[in-house]
Ligand binder design. Sequence first.
Ligand SMILES: Cc1cc2nc3c(=O)[nH]c(=O)nc-3n(C[C@H](O)[C@H](O)[C@H](O)COP(=O)(O)OP(=O)(O)OC[C@H]3O[C@@H](n4cnc5c(N)ncnc54)[C@H](O)[C@@H]3O)c2cc1C
Length: 288
Amino acid sequence: MIPRSFAYHRPTSVKEAVRLLGSLGEDARAIAGGHSLIPMMKLRLASPAHLIDLANVADLKGIHEDGRDIVIGAMTTQHEIVGSELLARKIPILRETSLLIADPQVRYVGTIGGNVANGDPANDMPAVMMCLNAIYHAVGKSGERRIAAREFYQGAYLTALEPGEIVTAIRIPVPTSGHGYAYEKLKRKVGDYATAAAAVVLTLSGGKVATCSIGLTNVAETPLWAEEAGKILTGSAIDAATLKRAVSAAEAITSPASDGRGPSAYRTKMAGVMLTRALARAKARVGT
Ligand SMILES: Cc1cc2nc3c(=O)[nH]c(=O)nc-3n(C[C@H](O)[C@H](O)[C@H](O)COP(=O)(O)OP(=O)(O)OC[C@H]3O[C@@H](n4cnc5c(N)ncnc54)[C@H](O)[C@@H]3O)c2cc1C
């Protein structure tokens, strides 16, 4: 199918983009890489009368350090994240995750801002951002505010963004140097969304877990931060009994739909398997 007709706007500043979104109201929608929105428009699941293309807004691009944080502009593509030397050194889980998103064609244009703002629980970056305790910068007609990734997702395609607000950047506190990390994703084929996936960032002290943060993708209506599982693992050497308890705690917060990727119970178990694998790989990477 082809999308319904729409008017196309190409602002060059955040101010102009926000003004357009505000004045055109509910019929207007921001478009970034278009790799989630355009398929939805073709299926007529979305029919905006106005598209506000963010591609020419220079302020939304780039990756830089700001004190102990790294700030990634919303229009940074997944391909640019894969190629960033700064991110590879400081937050390598972002490169690992980006490489598991879709295929190179999608990654060349799909953006980090679109991925986190979309609100689709199948997107990979939201759970990773919850795991990293990222903060989203959002700008609307009332100015800028900051929203924790862990508080941003309210339901499928439902986020804390107010009408007319856009995500301008993602701010991530740099994890401790030498931390362990892993993103494990089960998918039916290359380029597919996750049946279940798990993100882990941890640190060790004297062979025991000092800190552990866990995110889960596509096993509920929203991405999940498995806080209790991380707490259970903290202080342990990830021995078999503690691992079992942590995996059970993570599985307990999932509620995946039964769909083409498998029945609900299977997807919950796969979340546990992905978490087990991610923990083992993250632990092995500490200090490397
Ligand atoms: C074949 C295929 C396979 C894919 N596989 C995966 C996968 O495995 N994992 C995965 O995570 N994704 C996958 N995707 C989705 C892809 O990563 C998209 O690029 C991403 O979800 C959205 O980013 P975008 O820049 O394309 O956003 P768009 O499609 O332009 O926008 C998506 C939504 O976010 C809103 N939006 C965009 N930018 C902003 C902003 N800055 N502020 C506020 N709202 C904004 C738009 O209004 C729209 O509602 C796949 C896509 C395709 C086509």
